[in-house]
Structures are given as structure tokens and as C-alpha cells.
Design a protein. Structure first.
Lengths: 432, 400
């Protein structure tokens, strides 16, 4: 199979890269082995949440400028703050076109509330999670009701409420909790406790039950002005469902991310894949790259599990196969590697130096900063130590940044995917 | 003793992604979803086979759980295996027996096709089938053709050996008993590419047998087919092609993974037709085509997704001049072979497909194109559109 661009990995980085390439008219395919990590994400897009000393970053782009001088190996430093900003705006426009508008607090970070009732800095949130009206109501110290659905076991409203009360912002705020009973329950064969987030999201997606849900919300919320719900408001039409529920209840409603599968993350995944398909991109799901041939500093072809006989060829390749969790990086007992190309690896090979003894260590675990070593254009080095000219890396496979400690995972994925696409488009000479 | 090759369930991290993408779990809570039925319950079943849960039967074996799994767990295989290993079933199940004996029923029905077609479509017979055999009245059956494709082949397609290249065609039951035109179209397309077609004796690939729990009989058929196709591949540089995506999937993967047979001698040279055509087209062997001026919607069948063959079909279709192709969002049509022909699953089957039918209507094409015969039956029954196979479209585009 011959393409302009083959992207290995269909996560946030791969999809961003793919959509940009397709827009520029490049014949693009994504090869993806299983579903991506968006299904386990918060669904808010972080750019940079914390600095090196775990202090909250207020202005992520200003911080990136500073970071670039201090840490020139960081992916953001190579991409450059201008392109980072451009890429985030780009993906925001793409999602808005798919009816998934995102809120940003100007060019500053804002906090979204987690399922545990703590707050986490982020740059873009879905408007059902945070928006101007919620922000204003929080500041005004309006009463909040933290609600859960009866029988749902993956969310604990009391823990969430107690932790919320401890937030300085929530001082003197009246916080109550309550349960919602769904009319739908009597019509299902399933035990209520077996409901996962996805089952509930489907009930919302089918807008038929909204009036009854609204009635239940009003009953349980009492005089609260703000209602907190676990994130179930549908997958494909969440913006409409959120608006309609607010209209029906007369209350402000915000969602908190709940345990996987993450409905908020799936909304982003669904929207981006829809956009990719609409641009006539080919998404090969459930296939795995098994062999890569590199010769004279460039990739010649790839072979996959399902298509061992016909090699995949392209002018450019993007490796966005994720970190250890997604299989982009692999760990053996005393060895770390990038399994497809055997690229030059950044990280100590000795097992004992991969992690910290303390799980919640403020200094974080060293392995999170491991990954593929790349040059200034995010091109990796092959087995022979030479730069592979037609291969770019994007997303969590990259080394020298810590997505958890910095709260920068989605930002690096988007920026690197976009950056790779821009380089490829330029080199293909097909910019429209 | 746990066998090492069967521990893929241990790689499951309980992320529930498979359950999100399970078309059955989406529409009914009677099926707890692939995660629970597969890797979760497998642990219990290994300890005590009595702990098996009858809800396993709702799995259609569409394999969408496997393609969405980030941890490479062979979820559908685990479920299929458990379904027939642990669930108790009746000694004689007339409906499942006849539904899966496609060769027996097909040979009889094509001998007296007009009688079969007449009776299958009259109300008292439909009523009796629903009452006694639990085959839903709402389901329409494809019409049998007179005689089999295999018997007609020698008469209709003479001189095939004169072509410089040869392929062996695994026509499968659908072409043999229901749709001779697809087989004829394939011969026309391949002949236009200077390639001759031959057929060997074959038995049903085994997909309906596997789906109905007749694994021994499926194994017998599989061994027969492997022997026939392997010896067909012996003498020269040839390939085996099939026009059914599910037959191809069985020949390549079910034989190996589910039935535990050695098909390595034919594995590399057996392909679903569009992959073969893609390779020929790439090497410059393209038939002369005229513009067709057709708007068509393409539906990708589950088993072709699993086989990784959708990219080839799309590529082949894109080469047909004047074809305005809309690629539908990939989702299950719901029929899943014989599943949708059973009363207890009929409603689920219809609900699974409902989204797809709606989307097809939105596109409002002249034709729907799909690779799978039962998908075609389901779409023709539920939408007003005629469904074609990619090979039919290629044949329409041929310059005579």
C-alpha cells in the first residue's frame, strides 16, 4: 500500500497529525493497535499544569517560553511556543466544528474538579465541565449539590463533597449530596451495580429520558444552584444534552470525570475520528506493525500483523504509538526499548532506577521521562545511530518530559502531532 | 493445568474498552459484555466449569472487541471456546442443525429451487417455522437458485485453462446456492485481467457450524478444505481467493486459532478477493474500465475489519472510474451469520443494525456495497437499497 504519510498510533497525537495531513491533501493512513489512551483520560486538555517544583502554572505559554531556555531537550522547546499555541488552537477549532466546544480561561489555566473533589489545573475543558457561568457561580459561593446515580459504584459522592469542602475556594459554601434514581432502571435486566459509565452515558445519549432525569435532579439537589454530576451526558451530543438539562432544571450543571472508560475522553476521541473519516482518511484499527525496514537513514516500508505479504510504503512516517501502557515502549525485566524500529532510547536500563519507592512521590517516577531520543525536528535515531530522515515521533513516546508531573500529556501530544504534520506538509510541498 | 497459549485473558487490564464497542452490549443488558463474558469469567470457568453463565450465547462473534482491545486479548475466541466447551446443549437441535448444514440443505433446495422458494415465502410455512423451529417470521430469506454454481461452472466458463495465470476460487455456499451472478462476475473480472479461474471440490468453510456449536463437523470440513486447497496450490504459482469475507476469515484464522488446525501450507496464498486484486492492480494488471456514474455507500463487515482487509476493498473501489463512494462509519449490521435468523436474537439483531440503516438512508446512495453476504441480506431486508459486492461493481465497470 502506498501513501504520502503513514501514522502508527491512533491516539491524540496520531489523530491530530492525521487530520492536519489530510487537510493539506496528503493521502494518509493511521494504523492503530487497539483503542487509544483518550479512553482513560480526563477529557480536559492540559498544556502545562505544574512547574518543576510542583507549583501550579498560571500562564502555560509563558511558562513554556521559560521552560524552553531551561530545558532545551523538552519536546516543547523543540516545537517552539508559537507552534504549540497554534496547534492547541487548531485542535480546539476542529473539536468545535464537531460540536464539542472547549472553554479556556483566556490564555491562562483554570481548575477542573476531579472525581475526588480535588482541583486540577488544565488549559481547555469541555463546556459541560467548566465555563464562564460556573466560574462566576463558584466565585459567588453559590450552594452546590454533589449527586450520583443510585447503584453506580465507580463514583463516591461523599468523598467528593468532603474534599470539595476543604478547598479554599469553597470555604463557607453549602455543599450537599444526593442520589438520582433513573426511571430506566425498572426496565433493565441488569443489576444496578453492574452499570458502568458507558451504560449511563447511553441513557443520556438517548434524549428520551431527559425530562425524568431533570425531575430527579431537581428533587435531589434541593435549593442548590450548582449541580455536580459524574460525566455521563452522552457521547455524541453532549453539548445539547447539557444545555437541555440546564434548561429543564434551571440549575448550573458541571461534570466531573469518572473512572474509565472515560466518557469525557471518548467524546474527544469520537469527534476527532469522525473528523478524520470525513476528510477521507483511512483508519486501520486492530492491526499492529510487526516489522520496519530502515535503510540509508530512511524508512523503506512497514509490515503489519494482518498484512504481512503487502508492505506499507509512504514518503513519511509518524511514530505516535504511545508509551509503555499503549505498547509504544516496552519493558522487559532489565531492558527498555522501542519495539518497532529499535530507536535510540533515553532512560536508564537498570530496573531499580525506573521508579521511586513512593507511589505518590512529588519528584515523580523516572520512567515517565523515558522514551525515544529525538533531534530538533523530533526525528529519532535508528539502530545505526543515524537520524531517520522520513520518520517523526509524536506523543508520549517522546523522552525528556513528564506528562504526569507537569500535567502536559495532551499538550505535548497535540503539539508534536501537529508539528510533525507541518514538517511533512512542507517537505511534500503541498501546502494549500 | 492451564495451557500457556490460552492465557491471553491474563493480559486484560479491565479497561472495559471492548464493552464500549460491543454492538450487542450496546443494545441489550442481557449480554454483560465481552470483558465480563470473556477474560473475567474465564478465570471462574477454569476453576469450575459449573460457573459458566448462559449469557455467553448472546455473543455474535463479530470480533469488534478484539480489534478495540489495547492489550491484545483474544476476547472473542475465549468466548466462542467457552460457549461450546461449557454450555450444555440439547442432543438434537433441529433448527441449528439444518441452519448450519448449508451444504446438505443447499444441495436439496437448489435441486428443487422453485418449490423451496415458494414454500419459504408463504405464510403458513413461515408461521410453522416460527412456531416449531423458532425462526422469526419477520426475517426474509434469500432465494435459492436452480442448480449449484459448482455444477454450472464447467459448462458456463469453458477455456479457463487457456489463460496464462490461474487462481483457485473458493466460492463458498452463498455463491454456490444463492448467488451465481457473483461467481460469474468474478470470472469475468479475472478473465479481463488475463487470469483463468478454476474451482476444486470444497465443503462449507465451517462458519455456520462454528456459530452453532458443531465444532467437530467444522473441523472435518476444515481438514477437507485445507487438503483440497493445499493440493490446488501445489503445482504452480497460483492463489486461492474467496468472495466471502467470512469464508476468508475462517480459512485463514478460525481454522488455525479456533479449530487448532495446521493451515500453514495455504495461509500465505489464500486471500479475500480484494487483497488479491489490489496486488494485481499494483503490479500493473488492471482491467480496462469505463466510468460507471454510480453513487454508492460502502459498509465494512466485522470479519473483514478483523482480517485487516477493509483498506484493500476501499483501494480497489477507489480505482473504479466514476464511482462516487461514501464510506460508512464502521459498525455491525447485526445479522452475524445465522444469529439474526433465530427468534431469540432477532430483536437484538435488528436493534444493532438500526444505526447503520439510518446512516445509509442519510447518504441515500443508488447502491450499498459490502463484502459480506449476510450483511447484504440484512441491509436489503431493512433498507430499500440494492446491495452489491465489490466484484459486482468491478464487473459493471468492465469494458466489453
Amino acid at each position: 500500500m502506498n501513501y504520502d504519510c503513514i501514522i502508527i498510533g491512533g491516539g491524540l497525537a496520531g489523530l491530530t497529525c492525521g487530520i492536519r495531513c489530510l487537510e493539506a491533501g496528503l493521502n494518509t493512513v493511521i494504523i492503530s493497535d487497539g483503542m487509544n489512551a483518550l479512553h482513560f483520560s480526563s477529557g480536559s486538555l492540559d498544556v502545562a499544569g505544574y512547574d518543576g517544583k510542583r507549583r501550579v502554572v498560571t500562564s502555560p505559554f509563558e511558562y513554556i517560553q521559560k521552560l524552553s531556555k531551561e530545558n532545551p531537550g523538552h519536546p516543547y522547546a523543540k516545537i517552539g511556543v508559537k507552534t504549540v499555541k497554534e496547534s492547541i488552537d487548531y485542535i480546539r477549532d476542529q473539536l468545535a466544528a464537531e460540536k464539542l466546544p472547549l472553554f479556556s480561561n483566556g490564555e491562562s489555566n483554570h481548575f477542573h474538579i476531579t472525581a475526588l473533589g480535588t482541583k486540577k489545573p488544565t488549559y481547555l475543558s469541555q463546556t459541560s465541565v467548566y465555563n464562564e457561568r460556573i466560574k462566576e457561580a463558584f466565585e459567588r459561593k453559590a450552594p452546590i449539590a454533589v449527586l450520583n446515580f443510585e447503584g453506580y459504584r465507580d463514583y463516591f459522592r461523599n468523598i467528593c463533597a468532603e474534599n470539595l469542602k476543604n478547598q479554599s475556594l469553597m470555604k463557607d459554601v453549602q455543599i450537599t449530596t444526593g442520589l438520582i434514581k433513573l426511571p430506566y432502571y425498572s426496565r433493565t435486566e441488569k443489576n444496578l451495580h453492574e452499570f458502568r459509565s458507558i451504560d449511563l452515558a447511553r441513557i443520556f445519549d438517548n434524549e428520551r429520558y431527559l425530562p425524568r432525569i431533570a425531575e430527579e435532579i431537581k428533587k435531589s439537589a434541593g435549593n442548590a444552584e450548582i449541580v455536580s454530576l459524574p460525566s455521563f451526558m452522552g457521547i455524541t451530543n453532549s453539548t445539547t444534552v447539557h444545555r437541555r438539562l440546564e434548561e429543564m432544571t434551571g440549575k448550573l450543571i458541571y461534570e466531573t470525570p469518572s473512572l474509565p472508560p472515560s466518557i469525557l475522553g471518548m467524546r474527544i476521541d469520537t469527534a476527532l475520528k469522525h473528523r478524520f473519516a470525513a476528510l477521507k482518511g483511512i483508519f486501520s484499527l486492530g492491526d499492529k506493525v510487526t516489522e520496519a525496514s530502515v535503510d540509508g537513514g530512511s524508512v523503506e516500508y512497514l509490515r503489519t500483523q494482518n498484512n504481512a505479504e503487502t508492505p506499507f510504503r509512504a514518503r513519511f512516517y509518524v511514530l505516535a504509538s504511545g508509551s509503555f501502557f499503549s505498547g509504544g515502549l516496552r519493558s522487559e525485566f532489565n531492558r527498555l526499548e522501542e519495539p518497532i524500529f529499535g530507536l535510540k532510547f533515553h532512560g536508564d536500563q537498570k530496573r531499580s532506577s525506573w521508579y521511586s519507592q513512593k507511589f505518590f512521590d512529588d519528584a515523580s517516577h523516572p520512567f515517565l521521562g523515558f522514551g525515544v531520543e529525538t533531534g530538533k525536528y523530533l526525528q529519532p535515531l535508528g539502530r545505526d545511530g543515524k537520524t531517520i530522515k522520513n520518520l517523526y515521533c509524536a506523543g508520549s513516546i517522546l523522552a525528556r518530559y513528564n506528562p504526569i508531573k507537569e500535567a502536559s500529556g495532551s499538550g505535548v501530544a497535540i503539539a508534536a502531532g501537529y508539528f510533525a504534520a507541518q514538517r511533512i506538509i512542507k517537505e511534500c510541498g503541498k501546502v494549500r | 493445568m492451564i495451557q500457556l497459549e490460552n492465557i491471553s485473558f491474563d493480559h486484560c487490564i479491565k479497561c472495559t474498552v471492548c464493552t464500549i464497542y460491543c454492538p450487542v452490549a450496546k443494545v441489550t443488558h442481557l449480554f454483560p459484555g465481552p470483558k465480563w463474558s470473556g477474560p473475567d469469567a474465564e478465570r471462574l470457568r477454569i476453576k469450575n466449569p459449573e460457573l459458566v453463565d448462559a449469557s455467553l450465547k448472546y455473543c455474535t462473534n463479530c470480533k469488534r472487541c478484539e480489534i478495540s482491545c489495547p492489550s491484545d486479548v483474544k476476547i472473542a475466541d475465549i468466548i466462542q471456546d467457552a460457549k461450546w466447551k461449557y454450555v450444555k446443549r440439547g442432543f438434537f437441535r433441529p433448527r441449528d442443525f439444518f441452519m448450519s448444514r448449508t451444504d446438505l440443505v443447499g444441495t436439496l433446495a437448489t435441486t428443487f429451487s422453485w418449490i423451496a422458494n415458494f414454500f419459504l415465502n408463504i405464510l403458513p410455512v413461515k408461521f410453522a417455522m416460527e412456531f416449531f423451529l423458532r425462526i422469526p417470521m419477520g426475517r426474509s430469506f434469500p432465494a435459492y437458485q436452480q442448480g449449484t454454481f459448482a455444477r454450472r461452472f464447467k459448462k458456463r466458463h469453458k477455456g479457463q485453462s487457456a489463460f496464462p495465470r490461474q487462481v483457485t476460487y473458493f466460492h463458498g455456499c452463498y455463491v454456490n446456492y444463492y448467488n451465481h451472478r457473483l461467481g460469474d462476475d468474478l470470472v469475468r473480472v479475472l478473465n479481463a485481467m488475463d487470469t483463468g479461474v478454476r474451482i476444486v471440490r470444497e465443503k462449507c468453510c465451517g462458519v455456520p457450524l462454528i456459530a452453532n456449536g458443531y465444532l467437530e463437523k467444522a473441523g472435518k470440513n476444515a481438514r477437507f478444505n485445507i487438503k483440497q486447497l493445499t493440493s490446488a496450490l501445489m503445482d504452480e504459482e497460483t492463489s486461492v481467493v474467496a468472495t466471502s469475507s467470512s469464508c476468508s476469515f475462517a480459512l485463514k484464522h478460525e481454522y488455525r486459532n479456533l479449530l487448532g488446525l495446521d493451515n500453514s501450507a495455504m495461509f500465505d496464498r489464500t486471500d479475500y478477493i480484494t487483497k488479491y486484486l489490489y496486488r494485481m492492480f499494483e503490479s500493473g494488471n488492471v482491467p480496462r474500465m469505463k466510468p460507471v456514474h454510480i453513487r454508492a455507500a460502502y459498509h465494512s463487515p466485522c470479519h473483514l475489519e478483523r482480517l485487516g482487509g477493509v483498506i484493500y476493498t476501499i483501494d480497489v473501489l477507489k480505482r473504479i472510474p466514476g464511482l462516487d463512494l461514501v464510506i460508512l462509519h464502521s459498525e455491525c449490521c447485526g445479522i452475524a451469520g445465522t444469529y439474526g435468523f433465530k427468534k431469540e436474537y432477532y430483536d437484538i439483531s435488528q436493534q444493532v443494525g438500526s444505526q447503520l440503516f439510518k446512516r445509509i438512508d442519510e447518504v441515500s446512495p443508488e447502491f450499498v456495497v459490502t463484502d459480506c453476504e449476510t450483511c447484504a441480506m440484512q441491509i436489503e431486508m431493512n433498507t430499500p437499497y440494492k446491495v452489491l459486492h465489490p466484484v459486482n461493481l468491478l464487473a459493471m465497470a468492465l469494458e466489453e
